[in-house]
Design a protein around this ligand. Structure first.
Ligand code: CTP
Ligand code: MG
Length: 192
């Protein structure tokens, strides 16, 4: 149940990256410009089409989750709303973009490996933006109402922390899994 809750919350954050790989290309976000160090600001791997397209597809998946939730009354799962799916989708690719900025500053080429950062950029970006938006829009209400153990065995605080830990465990697996699939269908040049 903890892992299912973690996965359900994170779907709108997992989708934008592979969607960007599918839809990306064209004008880079940095318009080909370099930073003072002579290296690209973000690089050719970060494009407007990937950013906008990825965010839209992430939100569409979130809307579909909301549809499933209300149609089948899935109240044992955390409840999504525009206040969760929009920041999760935007935050995932914003985290990815910020990571690429620092990756370039470290002199790492586009597509090169940067283990921990490549795996957690979208997790930190999406969760941070979601938490900020939820706190600003309705205080702690969403967390109190949605991070409740359906089996009633764990206190809300312990359950919430367990879901957070589960997100950090599940996410690298999801990241790795989608990248290997993207590599196999030749969407990506490297399996990471
Ligand atoms: N992509 C995009 N726009 C984005 C994010 C991703 O077009 N905002 C596309 C690019 O084609 C990119 C692919 O998705 O090559 C895979 O994304 P990612 O692994 O994040 O980029 P990398 O090419 O590895 O670049 P970096 O080294 O900057 O992470
Ligand atoms: Mg990469």
């Amino acid at each position: 149940m903890i892992f299912l809750s973690a996965f359900w919350i994170m779907v709108p954050a997992y989708i934008p990256n592979p969607a960007a790989a599918l839809l990306g290309g064209g004008t880079p976000i940095d318009f080909g410009k370099c930073a003072k160090d002579g290296r690209r600001i973000f690089g050719d791997g970060k494009t407007w089409r990937g950013l906008i397209g990825g965010i839209i597809v992430g939100i569409v998946f979130g809307l579909f989750q909301m549809f499933l939730y209300y149609t089948f009354n899935l109240t044992f799962l955390p409840e999504h709303s525009l206040w969760t799916i929009i920041p999760l989708s935007i935050g995932a690719l914003l985290g990815d973009l910020i990571k690429s900025y620092f990756k370039r500053r470290l002199g790492k080429e586009r597509g090169s490996k940067w283990p921990i950062a490549d795996m957690y950029d979208m997790v930190v970006g999406s969760l941070a933006l979601m938490v900020i938006v939820l706190l600003l829009s309705s205080g702690t209400a969403w967390f109190v109402e949605n991070l409740v153990d359906p089996l009633g065995m764990l206190s809300p605080l312990v359950f919430g922390l367990a879901v957070l830990v589960a997100i950090f465990v599940v996410s690298p697996l999801m990241h790795r899994g989608t990248n290997v699939i993207a590599y196999m269908v030749k969407l990506k040049d490297v399996p990471w």
